[in-house]
Design a binder for this molecule. Structure first.
Ligand SMILES: CC(C)(COP(=O)(O)OP(=O)(O)OC[C@H]1O[C@@H](n2cnc3c(N)ncnc32)[C@H](O)[C@@H]1OP(=O)(O)O)[C@@H](O)C(=O)NCCC(=O)NCCS
Length: 575
C-alpha cells in the first residue's frame, strides 16, 4: 500500500516539452513512475522520450483512457488554464510544481477541484513520492539517488502478501522534505511516502489531509512532520491527534523558532497573524496532543528511531541493511535466523515439500498444498531420463576423465540448454503466442491450432513439446495432468487448453502427436504463472540428483577414459 502514488497510477505530465518537463520526465520514468502521456498545447502528435504528447488533457484522456495523476511543469502565468484542463478532463490528483502562482488563480483551481471531486498538491511543491513505487515532481533528483536516499519499505510477495512498512513524511518545505527522508534513511528508517504540500498560502492538500491518508495506510507506522510557523495546519493536525483521528505516533519539527516579529521567513504561507501560527503555539499544541516535537532538526531522526523501536516497527532497518550497497530479495540472514522469501526456514522444514520450496524460492510465494504437490511431481518426472540424454553422457564422459563430482555434474548441467530441456520454455512460449493470436479467447483456439498445424505440415517445422521418440502415451504426462487437475488447472486453463487444441488439430489430420512431458510441464508452469525464464532452471534442479547418481556410478563402476557407447547399454538395477 501507499498513499497518492504507486506503480499502478497512470501519470500525465503537462508542460512535458518544456525544459523542466522533459528533464523531470526522464527522471520520473527512470524511477519507475508510470508516465503514459504528456500535454503541451500545439505540440500534440509529437513524442518526448517515447511518451505521446497531446494538445490538451481532454485529448489525452480520449486517447489513453482515465488518468490518475497529472503533474504540471507549467509556469505560474499559465498554470490556471492547465490545471483546469486536467481537472475538467477527470484527472483526480493534480500536482502543481510552479512557484509564484497568484493566490486568486490557486483559489479558482481549488474551486474547480472541489466541483469535480479532484484533489491537488501545491502550488509550489517539490512533489510526492512513494519510495520503491513511484514519484512525481522534482523530488529525489536522479533515480539512483532517489533509490539510495529514500529507503523503501520491504515489498510484498508476488501475490501482494506481507510487505514491510515505513514512516510517512509531510513537509511544508521542499528541500527539507527530501532532507527529512534522507536523514531518516541514514538512521535506518524506511519511508512509506513523502509529500511536500507546498509553501503557499492557498494549498490543495494540507498537513491534516495527508496525515489522515497516512493514518489509513497499512504501510505507514508513524507520521513525521516538518512544520513551519504561520497558518494553522499544525494546530489542526494537533486537534486530529487529540480527538483520536490520528492514532499513529507523530514526530515533528517546527521551523522558524528564531524568526522575530517583522522577519520575512521562508514561504508565502508562513504568515503569523496576531498570536496564531507562532512557533511556541504550534509546538505546544502538538506536544499537548501527544506528539513528540524535537527542538532541533538534527534530533529528528533519532526521535523517529526511538518511536519505531517502541512499537517494534518493521520500518526499522537492521545494521546490515543500513550499510548495504546492494540488495537481494531472496533470503534474509540474521544471527540465529534464516528466512527464505520472508519465511522462517525452520518452519518450512518438514512442513512443505521440496517442490513447494522450489516454487517459493522462484516465485516468492508459498504454493497451496496441491500446487506444491504438482511442483514436486514436475521435479520427480524429470529426475532422470536414462543414460542417453546429452546431460548424462556429458557428465559420465567428464567423470571418466577423473574429474571431480562437481566438475562432472557441472558438465552435465552445462549441456542443459535450448535443445535439451529447452522444450519446456519453447512450448510454453509457443502456446502463449497461440493464445495471444486469438486474444485469449479459448473458443477460437481450435481454429487457430488447425491453421498452425496446416502451416507446419507444409513447412517441415516442428512444434516443441509435442510427440516423443519412444512414448506414444507418456505415463508422466498423464500423471502430471491428473495432478494439475487436482491443483485446479484443466481445460479451462489457457496454456493447457491451447495444448489440447494443438493435439486435436494433429489428430484431425490423422497424425496424432500428443503433448510430451516437456510440453506438459511448460503448459502447467505457464498456467501457474511462473516466469518462463526459470523453466530451464527447473529442469536443472530436477535433473541434478540423476546426474549425481550417474557420475558416482561412472566413477565407481567403470574404467577411466572409456569410450561411452550412447546406444548399446542395458539396465541392471532392481526390476
Ligand atoms: C514550472 C516551471 C518548472 C517551468 O519551468 P520551465 O520548464 O523552465 O518552463 P518552460 O517554458 O521551458 O516549459 C513550460 C512548458 O509548458 C507549456 N505549457 C504552457 N501552457 C500549457 C498548458 N496549458 N498545458 C501544458 N503545457 C503548457 C509551454 O508551452 C512550455 O513548453 P514548450 O517549451 O515546449 O513550449 C517553472 O516555471 C517554475 O515554477 N519553477 C520553480 C519550481 C519550484 O521551485 N517549485 C517549488 C519546489 S519546492
Amino acid at each position: 500500500m501507499a498513499i497518492l502514488i504507486d506503480e499502478t497510477k497512470r501519470v500525465l505530465v503537462q508542460g512535458i516539452t518544456g525544459r523542466e518537463g522533459q528533464a523531470r520526465t526522464r527522471l520520473m520514468l527512470d524511477y519507475g513512475t508510470r508516465i503514459v502521456g504528456g500535454v503541451t498545447p500545439g505540440k500534440g502528435g509529437t513524442r518526448v522520450l517515447g511518451v505521446p504528447v497531446f494538445d490538451s488533457c481532454k485529448d489525452a484522456v480520449a486517447s489513453l483512457g482515465p488518468l490518475d495523476i497529472s503533474v504540471l511543469f507549467v509556469p505560474a502565468s499559465v498554470i490556471k488554464a492547465a490545471a483546469l484542463d486536467a481537472i475538467e478532463a477527470g484527472v483526480k490528483l493534480v500536482v502543481l510544481v510552479a512557484d509564484r502562482v497568484p493566490v486568486w488563480d490557486a483559489m479558482e483551481i481549488a474551486a474547480a477541484a472541489k466541483k469535480h471531486e479532484a484533489r491537488f498538491v501545491g502550488p509550489n511543491t517539490l512533489g510526492i513520492a512513494s519510495p520503491g513505487k513511484g514519484l512525481v515532481g522534482m523530488i529525489g533528483g536522479r533515480a539512483e539517488s532517489a533509490r539510495e536516499w529514500f529507503k523503501a519499505p520491504l515489498p510484498p510477495s508476488r501475490s501482494g502478501k506481507g510487505g514491510g512498512t515505513g514512516v510517512g513524511i509531510i513537509s511544508r518545505s521542499g528541500g527539507m522534505s527530501s532532507s527529512t527522508a534522507y536523514y531518516c534513511g541514514q538512521a535506518g528508517v524506511r519511508i512509506s511516502g513523502i509529500v511536500h504540500i507546498g509553501g503557499d498560502a492557498v494549498l490543495g492538500l494540507r498537513i491534516p489531509d495527508v496525515a489522515a491518508m497516512f493514518e489509513q495506510d497499512p504501510a505507514t507506522d508513524a507520521i513525521v512532520v516538518f512544520g513551519e510557523i504561520g497558518g494553522s495546519q499544525e494546530e489542526d493536525f494537533a486537534d486530529m491527534i487529540r480527538d483520536g483521528r490520528v492514532k499513529k505516533p507523530v514526530v515533528a519539527y517546527i521551523g522558524g523558532k528564531a524568526a522575530t516579529s517583522g522577519t520575512r521567513f521562508s514561504h508565502a504561507g508562513a504568515i503569523i497573524e496576531g498570536n496564531k501560527g507562532t512557533h511556541a503555539g504550534k509546538v505546544g499544541a502538538l506536544r499537548e496532543a501527544g506528539a513528540i516535537v524535537v527542538e532541533s532538526f538534527g534530533d529528528l531522526p533519532a526521535a523517529v528511531v526511538g518511536v519505531l523501536r517502541r512499537i517494534s516497527s518493521r520500518s526499522l532497518m537492521t545494521e546490515a541493511e543500513r550499510k548495504a550497497v546492494w540488495t537481494t530479495a531472496i533470503t534474509r540472514i540474521e544471527p540465529n535466523k534464516v528466512a527464505v522469501r520472508g519465511r522462517d526456514i525452520a518452519d518450512l522444514m518438514g512442513r512443505i515439500t521440496f517442490g513447494a520450496a522450489v516454487y517459493l524460492i522462484l516465485t516468492g510465494d508459498e504454493p497451496t498444498e496441491s500446487v506444491g504437490r504438482l511442483m514436486d511431481a514436475i521435479l520427480v518426472s524429470s529426475i532422470d531420463h536414462g543414460a542417453t540424454p546429452p546431460s548424462c553422457l556429458a557428465a559420465r564422459t567428464v567423470a571418466s576423465t577423473g574429474a571431480s563430482l562437481s566438475q562432472s555434474v557441472a558438465a552435465g548441467i552445462s549441456s542443459i540448454n535450448r535443445h535439451h530441456g529447452g522444450a519446456i520454455e519453447d512450448c510454453a512460449r509457443y502456446l502463449g503466442a497461440l493464445l495471444a493470436s486469438v486474444g485469449g479467447d479459448l473458443a477460437k483456439l481450435d481454429d487457430a491450432a488447425s491453421a498452425e498445424v496446416a502451416r507446419i505440415k507444409g513447412s517441415g517445422d516442428r512444434i516443441s513439446g509435442f510427440g516423443h521418440r519412444v512414448h506414444t502415451k507418456d505415463p508422466r504426462t498423464i500423471r502430471l495432468f491428473e495432478l494439475a487437475a487436482a491443483a485446479g488447472l484443466g481445460e479451462h486453463s489457457p496454456h493447457i487448453a491451447a495444448a489440447r487444441a494443438v493435439e486435436r488439430a494433429f489428430a484431425a489430420i490423422g497424425k496424432p502427436l500428443p503433448i510430451n512431458v516437456d510440453g506438459a510441464i511448460g503448459a502447467i508452469l505457464a498456467d501457474l504463472g511462473i516466469d518462463p525464464r526459470v523453466y530451464n532452471g527447473i529442469f536443472m534442479i530436477a535433473r541434478t540428483p540423476g546426474l549425481v547418481s550417474h557420475v558416482v556410478e561412472e566413477q565407481t563402476r567403470e574404467k577411466p577414459m572409456r569410450r561411452i557407447d550412447p546406444v548399446n547399454h542395458a539396465y541392471d538395477g532392481p526390476s
